[in-house]
Design a protein around this ligand. Structure first.
Ligand code: NAP
Length: 488
């Protein structure tokens, strides 16, 4: 939304009387110290949400033209006098230059919107530092997680959550109400000691993705090197053939499905390990080791990366016939067959293998897409627990089985062909089968009635070796009590 669209309030100040749910917050005067990008976007959004805005600048004459006409731009001291809630849209380094305003600011709510350039840059958070400079004010940390761009683009776009913390409940509530009227969702993060955490949030780079990304890169590197040795280095050493041209597409395209397939199995392996642990200890109340906990928490990201690699594999595979090398090879083959006067080149078994291989691959990719889509919060929120678990757990496992069929039809009988063992290294697909087949086998074993029943009981709270009180009616009709082991 342009600044022009927002130059007039959308909610008239009179709306305070009409809608009691938004009084007394909407319509009150809000102060903004600073006239930079954030201050300007904030003022526009506040005006648009029905607030009176007074901006405090060191040079109001020069900056007034940048703000909507409904906002008053004046000197800092003047602005501060007119509002009870003041947003400090100034960098931390300049907080000390505001100390002259300490007297006029006394008793007011200061909203610290600042961010740092590095995680844990200072010992104390910016909000705590501001509070130490203005002990007579109540400081609330908030709005730093929304950007100037988000503020300007309106409530329909961008991140809608505003994390807020303060030692003063009343001040926190006031700022939360302002955020709500502006179309944001305030999230109470507790007292001021959370300010550092809130200030670090905009600086974090994909925190939940680090481990899965390193895992995917590690697998990619291992499989890429393995395929490079088999497809490029082996023909060069054995036959002095230059196959370097295979690196950008062929080697990458044989590596991507390996990563996708192993990553998919790694989504289900921690569940298998967790079940083994529960069966072994006979309880669900024993904590899993930290690494297993971490692994369980990263399953969504691992699954999405698996889908990403599978989708790239599909695109690469579709592009294979476009390559010049492929065309030359086809022509070479045709000429060779013509010279050998071979008319029938149809190999029924190969035809069937490819048909099944491609069809099964498409189904596996379709299922992976479904898993990826349903893991998005907006879609996941529209599903109940049973639907979500059916898709992610049952269909996810079906996707793993179908991917295994895809891999097996790719390999067909090649695992038994000694020419496939370059430098005695087995074909790559045979290596990729190890983890997925272990997961599938474990799942089959867990589905045996005796094990499934035990697992179900454990997950409902039953514990091995736990003694429970029981009460039995005696022959005389009286009740006698005793103890027994619950697993008997
Ligand atoms: P900016 O464009 O550089 O504006 C900073 C403003 O601070 C200046 O326009 C200036 O206004 C005022 N100021 C007051 N005393 C000052 C001094 N001694 N020296 C220099 N400037 C002084 O920065 P910004 O992007 O608006 O960011 C302002 C605050 O919002 C920062 O703490 C930042 O971390 C936070 N923030 C920004 C964003 C964003 O998207 N930009 C997002 C979240 C949080 P006058 O000249 O009118 O006094």
């Amino acid at each position: 939304m342009s600044g022009g669209d927002m130059s007039k309030p959308l909610l008239g100040h009179g709306s305070m009387d009409g809608d009691p749910s938004i009084t007394p917050t909407a319509g009150r005067t809000i102060g903004v110290l600073g006239s930079g990008d954030f201050a300007r976007s904030l003022a526009i959004r506040l005006v648009c949400s029905g607030f009176k805005v007074v901006v405090g600048s060191r040079n109001p004459k020069r900056k007034a033209g940048l703000f909507p006409s409904a906002a008053e731009v004046t000197f800092q001291a003047d602005a501060v006098k007119k509002a009870d809630v003041i947003f400090v849209a100034v960098f931390r380094e300049h907080y000390s230059t505001l100390c002259d305003l300490a007297d006029v600011l006394a008793g007011k709510i200061l909203v610290d919107v600042s961010n740092n350039t590095e995680i844990n840059h200072h010992k104390e958070s910016n909000a705590e530092y501001l509070a130490s400079l203005f002990p007579a004010c109540t400081v609330v940390k908030g709005f730093n997680v929304v950007s100037a761009w988000t503020l300007q683009s309106g409530a329909r776009d961008g991140n809608k959550q505003v994390l807020i913390c303060s030692n003063n409940q009343e001040a926190k509530r006031t700022v939360a109400e302002i955020a709500q009227v502006m179309g944001f969702t305030p999230v109470d993060m507790g007292c001021m000691s959370s300010a550092s955490e809130i200030e670090n949030i905009p600086l974090r780079l994909l925190p939940a993705w680090k481990i899965p990304i390193f895992l995917a890169l590690g697998l990619f590197l291992c499989f890429f090197t393995y395929n490079l040795i088999r497809q490029v280095i082996h023909p060069y050493i054995r036959e002095q053939k230059n196959k370097l041209y295979k690196i950008p597409i062929e080697v990458v395209n044989t590596t991507l499905p390996c990563v996708a397939y192993v990553m998919l199995s790694l989504v289900y392996l921690p569940g298998v390990l967790a079940a083994c642990s529960q069966l072994y200890y006979g309880t669900k109340y024993r904590r899993f080791p930290d690494w297993l906990d971490q692994w369980l928490q990263h399953r969504k990201q691992i699954g999405l990366l698996s889908f990403f690699c599978a989708a790239l594999h599909a695109v690469y595979s579709l592009c294979l016939p476009m390559r010049r090398s492929h065309r030359y090879q086809l022509i070479e083959m045709a000429v060779k067959q013509a010279m050998e006067k071979k008319m029938n080149i149809w190999v029924e078994e190969e035809v069937w293998r490819m048909e099944i291989y491609i069809s099964v691959g498409i189904i596996a990719l379709g299922l992976l897409s479904l898993l990826a889509i349903t893991s998005l919060p907006s879609i996941a929120n529209s599903l109940n627990w049973r639907e979500f678990s059916f898709i992610q757990s049952t269909l996810g496992f079906v996707a793993l089985v179908i991917s295994t069929l895809h891999t097996l039809t790719y390999g067909w009988s090649r695992a038994f062909d000694e020419n496939q063992y370059k430098f005695y290294l087995p074909p790559t697909y045979t290596l990729t089968l190890l983890v997925p087949c272990t997961v599938i086998l474990a799942k089959v074993i867990f589905s045996l009635p005796c094990i499934q029943q035990r697992l179900l009981r454990i997950r409902r709270g039953w514990e091995k070796g736990r003694y429970v009180k029981f009460v039995l009616p005696s022959a005389t009709g009286e009740y006698s009590s005793g103890e027994t082991s619950s697993n008997v």
